[in-house]
Design a protein around this ligand. Sequence first.
Ligand SMILES: [Zn+2]
Length: 347
Amino acid sequence: MEQYVQPKIHDDFIQTTETERDSIRDQVNSLFPEKNITFNSVWGIPKFKKVFVKAQYNKCAYCEEKLTTHPDVEHFFPKGLVKKLHSTGYEVTDMVNMRGQQGSIIACNGFWWLAYNWYNYLLSCSICNRQWKVNFFEFKPNRDSALLVNNKSFVRRRKKYIPQLLHPFKGPTPYKHLKYNKYGFISARNKSILGINSINVYGLHRATLTDSREEKMANIYNAVLKYITAIQHGDDLGIQKSVVTLFKLGHKSRPFSSIVKSVLFDQVELSWESFMKINKNTFEIVNIELDTIVETKRYVQYLQSGTVLEIADQAQKIKQMGAPTMPHFSLVQFFFTDVSNESWATL
Ligand SMILES: [Zn+2]
């Protein structure tokens, strides 16, 4: 699991969802605790979804695979049914169908007051969302007097519930709680509860995902090994080359970028933050290169199928990145031309 910068709330979100929020409040006031609340989706509106696609580099918040069409908007705190996981599932061999997951209902009406809270959203693939996490959640305090446990139960609104799961935007850094071996197998680092819960609830141990990770592992282990060898031999050029490779593999736009951070942490006992600090200049240059590629690809996609406003906004963003006052601006201009086949002047 990777961690991204939480996207800022879209200017129109509060106004657009006002009716839904009122409706929930009315339902809670009048029905409590007789019926289950009904929710209307506001996610048919592409402009909201796009903000999250961008923030998460079009990757699933849980499994880190690239998202395909129509990613699910996931409520981290479940808005309706909340279940506690007792035993995790497994995939039926060579299929993505899952079996064996067992749990019990904690509340039928969960964290309803977060149903239209921008900061409770993230994007996930349908396998993580619909087969694994579904309504499962781990949090504190759990099963205490705050919860009414019966068939029509509500989670009581209170100031703070602390999730016992890793989150893509906030809280503990996921790679410090998760480990991966050469074959793509995942495990919790130092028996971390957050790691164990996240693996079981999000299904990060599933066979198809382990296989996908294994395909990337050889490259990652190889790069880390080259880095270690270069350091041992005082080979400056070798160090420089392997640092560039590691930054590229660990860029958040890449599938399974967090694994690079986890393996480096294992093998060199170096946090990604320290690694970035030690190699600050290289990190900046590699990041400019990869960010320019990401943004230019997006620009080309808008040219093909976006609105006039989207094209103009994206062009403006790239122009700012490559303005002559910016450090390494020539690199931005070079990669823009290289990716788009357009001259810088056309922006
Ligand atoms: Zn996923």
